[in-house]
Write a protein that binds this ligand. Structure first.
Ligand code: SF4
Length: 489
């Protein structure tokens, strides 16, 4: 018998096929970053539980946990329960915190985020729906979010901000209950509901094996695809970019992508690319940062979830095929090294030459450092004036059908420099890097592991900037090749 839990219920509401697949197929393997997020959630839950020393942890997710909850609730001396379990008609939920009031219970959902999100209300409403139907008298519902005012060393109560959502939760729980039988029926089917193209497909983990199966150049590969345009496509049964009619109005970037796919060759705006590359002055600095963001700040004077830069790689290039030097910085995870990082960066970037990055992230990090260290703002502002985003240049002047709508450094590299790859690297993306650094900062790695992972971090970040160097060389090569073609005509 398939049971309903929050993930299955909410997923079925947004797409019956996705909900069914979630309930009937093995769970996907969790990444290092997924584990990192789960640990962060757990840490925040423990902090929230510390707000109620009289609280009792129920735990578990079976019938005995439900019975234990029932027993505790009946006892008038029980004031607060953590992870109380409620069940009704094949549905189960665990309430993060319930707190006894004079005439009922207050339900709390803990989220390790500073900002409220729509999905949190759904989460709260699902729990409220099951608990209400199981007979719990709920008189109020709140989210416990992280407070942006918290700093390391302050009392635990200052870590949280409470957002009361009682009316909204009751309303949503009512709407959910009207859908409950339908969801249960879908989940208990023995066959998968027939999938249909929908807006949710674009971020669905089942897409490659579901609506995306056998499809090249899906409409979801179009950057900045909005819902209105998507609905037009769906009405006309358009699933791939090459099916989009010529007279259908697209943005410039989308048009270029359609053109490249229909013609089966890359789009190149030679004049535009030449001009853009001419803006660049030597020596060239290829810069990439890694940052860490944690629920509980790692260091004093940092807000929860603040972005903390801890590493950079910088390749300095004198011309094509001429790497002059490579600089790198990796912080000591046991202390806040942002100031030190800034000092090294200013020195390593010198005062002349374009600094190239591959997204807006580097700009944002330097801007944030400039605000934090006003005494260095003049020098950091000077770096910002030299900063150019290479991926923006590409987006404006070049597209290869092999990018499949993505200008991420990995997707671009795979097409333009297939001999280089991030495969088999222990740390192979920014999320891994963040997780590893947070593990170091919180003492989860021993000395030998830490030394090994520092090398992995350095190797990964260095590859990012070397990849940029190679991509830039490819772009320069494209301009030169077309120049030669023109001359030979
Ligand atoms: S790809 Fe689309 S139809 Fe298939 S499961 Fe995902 S959201 Fe549903």
């Amino acid at each position: 018998m398939v049971t309903i839990n929050k993930e299955r219920f909410l997923s079925t509401l947004s797409c019956p096929t996705a909900g069914w697949l979630l309930a009937h197929t093995p769970p996907v393997k969790l990444s290092r970053y997924d584990h990192f997020l789960m640990e962060q959630e757990l840490e925040v839950h423990k902090k929230a539980q510390a707000l109620y020393p009289q609280g009792i942890l129920v735990g578990g997710n079976d019938i005995s946990a439900e019975k234990h909850t029932e027993h505790l609730i009946r006892n008038p001396n029980t004031q607060v329960l953590f992870e109380a379990v409620f069940m009704v008609y094949e549905g189960i939920t665990r309430a993060d915190i319930i707190k006894r009031q004079r005439v009922g219970w207050w339900l709390y959902k803990i989220k390790s985020s500073v900002n409220n999100k729509d999905e949190y209300l759904d989460d709260l409403a699902y729990t409220a729906m099951i608990a209400l139907q199981a007979g719990l008298k709920i008189i109020g519902c709140s989210l416990l979010l992280l407070s942006p005012n918290y700093r390391l060393g302050l009392p635990v109560k200052d870590l949280f901000q409470e957002i009361s959502l009682t009316l909204e939760t009751f309303q949503k729980a009512k709407e959910f209950w009207l859908e409950y039988d339908r969801v249960l029926h879908i989940l208990q089917r023995t066959t998968k509901p027939h999938p249909e193209l929908r807006w949710e497909c674009q971020n669905c983990l089942y897409f490659p094996a579901c609506m995306g199966q056998g499809i090249e150049n899906s409409i979801f590969d179009l950057p900045q695809l909005n819902h209105t345009k998507f609905c037009h496509f769906r009405e006309q049964d358009i699933q791939t970019i090459d099916q989009i009619p010529e007279d259908f109005i697209l943005t410039h970037t989308q048009q270029r992508i359609r053109e490249a796919i229909k013609e089966g060759r890359p789009y190149l705006d030679r004049n535009g690319l030449t001009k853009a590359l001419e803006q660049i002055s030597f020596p060239l600095y290829f810069l990439d940062f890694e940052t860490v963001s944690t629920a509980i700040p790692l260091y004093p004077d940092i807000t929860p979830r603040a972005r903390v830069p801890f590493q950079y790689s910088l390749h300095v290039v004198g011309g094509e095929g001429e790497i002059l030097t490579h600089h790198e910085y990796l912080a000591d995870p046991r202390r806040d090294c942002r100031k030190e990082l800034v000092e090294h960066l200013i020195r390593h970037c010198d005062t002349q030459g374009t600094i190239l990055c591959f997204n807006d992230y580097e700009k944002q990090v330097i801007q944030e450092c400039s605000e934090i260290y006003p005494e260095r703002s003049t020098l950091l502002e000077a770096l910002l004036e030299r900063l150019i985003n290479l991926s923006t240049i590409m987006k404006q002047h070049y597209y290869h059908p092999g990018f499949h709508g993505s200008y991420s450094i990995k997707d671009v590299l795979a097409v333009l420099v297939p001999s280089m790859s991030y495969e088999d690297m222990e740390v192979s993306n920014g999320r891994d890097a963040m997780s590893v650094f947070a593990d170091m900062a919180t003492g989860k790695l021993d000395k030998i592991q830490e030394r090994e992972y520092r090398n992995h971090l350095l190797k990964y970040c260095k590859l990012d900037t070397l990849a940029m160097v190679k991509i830039w060389e490819q772009l320069v090569g494209m301009v030169r090749e077309t120049d030669l073609q023109f001359q030979s005509k």
